[in-house]
Design a protein around this ligand. Sequence first.
Ligand SMILES: Nc1ncnc2c1ncn2[C@@H]1O[C@H](COP(=O)(O)OP(=O)(O)O)[C@@H](O)[C@H]1O
Ligand SMILES: N[C@@H](CCC(=O)OP(=O)(O)O)C(=O)O
Length: 375
Amino acid sequence: MNHSQTIVIKIGTSSLAQPETGKLALSTIAALVETLTELRQLGYDVVLVSSGAVGVGCSRLKLTERPKKIATKQAIAAVGQGRLIRVYDDLFTALNQPIAQILLTRRELMERSCYVNAKNTFDALFELGVIPIVNENDTVAIEELKFGDNDTLSALVASLINANWLFILTDVDRLYSADPRTFPDAKPIKVVNSLQLDQLQVKAGNKGSQWGTGGMSTKLTAARLATSVGVTTVITHGKKPENLLKIINGEDIGTKFEAQLKNDNARKRWIAYGLLPRGKLYLDKGAVKAISQKGKSLLAAGILKVEGSFDSADAVQLCDETGQEIARGIVNYNQEEINKIKGNHSNQIPELLGYDGGGTIVHRDNLVINGTFKN
Ligand SMILES: Nc1ncnc2c1ncn2[C@@H]1O[C@H](COP(=O)(O)OP(=O)(O)O)[C@@H](O)[C@H]1O
Ligand SMILES: N[C@@H](CCC(=O)OP(=O)(O)O)C(=O)O
């Protein structure tokens, strides 16, 4: 028995639906249900992030392609999500495995109290022996505040619950140097470490298959996000869910993205990936060095330029002079105030603003270096 490992498995529409008809790929789903139940019985905490609401809804309503109009897509997701969860519940019930449905929106994870609540709910479900099945709450999510694709959602869920593994199941067996559908000579990629992931030169199409959304590029974004918080990420074929246990046991299947050092600071993970940055602060070289190498807080003196419209307590990107993001943090002042005090010594703030809100623009406890949690 292994009580300490948490596994997030994301399955895409391309694996859940038959490519020709868009109908449910029942044998794949049944195999997935068997594997997840087995993992649960082995003592793993298991979360399934399942796409398919729009695809299943389209099939139910006999539509031959995904609609473009947002309201129609949201309506179709409402039709499909119910059917999808019904299929899962029937199959899991046959194996005596209880499940739960969790529908998340980006907006909720931005709220610290909702984020913590969601985490506590996952923990409580694990204690009850339940497998949570997560999807985006497509019916209410608004366009500007969407995860957009379930690859990103699965990485954020993995970060939220501090998972050990993220498996992204899709309709190719691994990542290739280019889309193997269009480039049959593309080379398979088996292992990617964090340095290689930063420099990875693959043609990662963002078109996806007929029913999928993001293609490979959103999977790479998800891998970057998850590995940076210590989650080993694997892209592998959805048709063979039984491979999951083999991969955990070290077999060379799929593409494995090696995790960076795990960081147990849940609040910092929330700052890095729960919050959506509302603006940008451009910093001079001294400030970049102070926050990224010396673990210092950000002071007004090192700020060159302010972009965006944000309030105090919002998240912003902290960038070098060229606009390259080096960190994220929560600001103590709004953009108007920072514009007035930027480039000035902290002791001038009371005179410049007419009140003293403290000398720190972003405290180091509220600051995360490029998602790597170095400080
Ligand atoms: N470099 C690449 N390596 C592998 N597959 C790729 C690559 N670039 C694009 N793809 C395409 O990405 C598709 C999977 O994405 P998508 O259809 O969105 O899947 P899902 O529904 O599982 O999220 C594959 O069918 C493949 O054609
Ligand atoms: N929430 C959407 C997910 C869309 C999505 O990301 O699809 P996919 O690329 O197949 O993982 C749905 O359930 O249809």
